[in-house]
Design a protein. Sequence first.
Length: 278
Amino acid sequence: MKVRLGCRGSELSMHMAELVTKKLEQLDCTVEIIPIKSDGDIHEDKVIADIGGKGVFCSKIEDELFNGNVDIAVHSTKDLPTVMPKELILAGVLKRNDPRDCYIGKFFPNAKVGTGSPRRIAQLKLINEHLKATHIRGNIATRIKKLHSGEYDAIVLARAGLEILGLEKMIAHTFDFDHMLPAVGQGAIAIQTRTMSPYTALVRQINHLDTFYCILAERTALKFLDGDCHSAVGVLAQITGDCMTLKAINYNNMKDCTVTGKILDYKQIGEKVGTAIK
């Protein structure tokens, strides 16, 4: 079966597409990777909120999927809006990588720390109010270049992205969940298809169920807040045995909630948490 896979053209996105490709090739698929430039990639010099906020890294790829120019779309799950066009579905995810945040560089009083995330800015202020959290844009390579040029003393990134690129040796420190609860879906690779597409059944065969249920619970909670990956909200679902625990903190009002329940009750768990922190 031939599969046209659409994704962003960044180095990280291409690596994620390769990981999906390897899974599909095990099912005797022939995969063509088609890079697509997103609005977020085109306007790297602008703040995310100024170029549309939700979906800036996904909308162009979703358009190509909707129009039939690609068969599946691969995204970083945290970039995927909680509300999708009804013609498209989240068909599956790969097994989640480490969802924690980390930093490269040095932390010290009044250090200038680069991050493009309102969530991380809020968390950094709680960790050390003397840190100067400063806006940064660009892909991982661009951000590291800005760090090395002296524009920043440190930069905060998702550990999973650095691991996928083989750059984990650069990590100075990885935050535990008590200090930095991750963004919804952080560390997971999402695969999107058209609704009722024959490719949906194909993607289901490489879907990692535990990760999938965790992602659905996290996305349900965020949906109740009308939020996205740029919201100041940390959410993480974890599975132990046949139970799921979902924890979330809304840094806008400092409300937090933790709910534990059966895995298959992921939707109700997400709704309870989202309602509690709204």
